[in-house]
Design a protein around this ligand. Structure first.
Ligand SMILES: [Zn+2]
Length: 325
């Protein structure tokens, strides 16, 4: 897990080394801005501490009873406190229940781990109640508080936790990481926009991609309605580095066929465009859709050759434009 987020590795090494030397803190405060992967990291630490066949510094085994239960969301030695659904705060009752749970014997290898996220959601009563647990920690109990805004926590809480500030300082590394998960232009721009927080950057990039997808889909709808020129659109789409528009169009054609043939939107790719795809699926004949899909597939196969991309794109979009309803 942590190796999927390479900027977390130094923190992982530090804490697993502390564990090896029997000085893992009873209370850990993970801080750092949004989108650093703090919660993923906290969960992985919990999994590691609870694992029944741990290997020094290595990720948890993912095979023992504890790891299996963890994956199923039912490890009895793992607790997670978050604000209740109808609330923005972690309440005193939740903390009291946690203290009670932590006072019982562990079911597994001895450890019990509780994650509080976001810890700054503890209201004042809940924080006071937690203080008691922090002051008299039971053996092998680890509390992990996660917060992007540690200044909002009472000083009494903070002073009883060991703070680890999660950062991603190696820009090269995070740029490369984002580039492997997002195929669009300028990953470094998104990393910068997100102040260096990789997961936040990925979210931004994906939202942008979503907007672009919707714009492309709108163009197809407008072509059909005679409100957009297929030639203008073809010019733009042919310039795509990896023919993104055409790849999306292939997905959409398959979705329309699926909707048309099954009468359902279940299992389609374009869940973001469900309504628009359903409308089009009703308008277009399956034979027409198959024909268009053929053309798109042919073009995608030939796209790397020297053939004139724009001309092929025009062919497809002109064929599309002819399907006026
Ligand atoms: Zn395990």
């Amino acid at each position: 897990m942590v190796n999927e987020y390479p900027w977390l590795e130094p923190f992982w090494e530090r804490l697993t080394a502390a564990h090896r030397q029997h000085r893992f803190p009873h209370a850990l405060l993970l801080t750092g801005q949004h989108g650093m992967g703090k919660t993923v990291f906290a969960d992985e630490l919990a999994r590691f501490l609870l694992c029944e066949s741990p290997t020094d510094g290595m990720p948890p085994c993912r095979q023992c009873t504890s790891c299996t239960l963890f994956a199923a969301g039912s490890n009895p030695d793992y607790f997670r406190l978050t604000p209740a659904e109808d609330s923005r705060v972690i309440k005193i009752d939740q903390v009291r229940q946690l203290s009670e749970d932590l006072s019982l014997t562990s079911h597994g290898n001895g450890y019990k781990v509780a994650i509080l996220t976001p810890a700054d959601a503890l209201n004042i009563n809940a924080a006071n109640s937690l203080l008691k647990t922090l002051e008299e920690p039971s053996d092998n109990t680890v509390l992990v508080l996660v917060s992007a805004h540690p200044a909002r926590l009472p000083a009494t809480i903070r002073s009883r936790c060991q703070e680890v500030r999660i950062q991603a300082t190696d820009r090269e590394l995070t740029n490369r990481w984002l580039a492997t998960r997002y195929a669009g232009p300028s990953p470094e721009m998104y990393i910068a926009l997100a102040n260096g927080a990789p997961l936040q950057a990925l979210k931004l990039a994906q939202e942008q991609a979503l907007e672009e997808r919707q714009r492309r889909f709108r163009a197809l709808v407008d072509i059909l309605a005679g409100q957009e020129s297929p030639l203008t659109v073809a010019e733009g789409w042919a310039e795509d580095e990896n023919l993104k528009g055409l790849r999306w169009m292939r997905e959409w054609l398959m979705d329309m066929l699926r909707i048309r043939l099954s009468g359902q939107t279940q299992g389609i790719h374009g869940i973001d465009l469900q309504d628009g795809l359903s409308v089009l699926a009703r308008k277009l004949d399956s034979r027409v859709l198959f024909g268009l899909l053929d053309g798109v597939n042919r073009m995608l196969k030939l796209a790397d050759s020297t053939l004139n991309r724009q001309m092929m794109m025009e062919d497809i979009l002109l064929a599309w434009a002819e399907q006026t309803s």
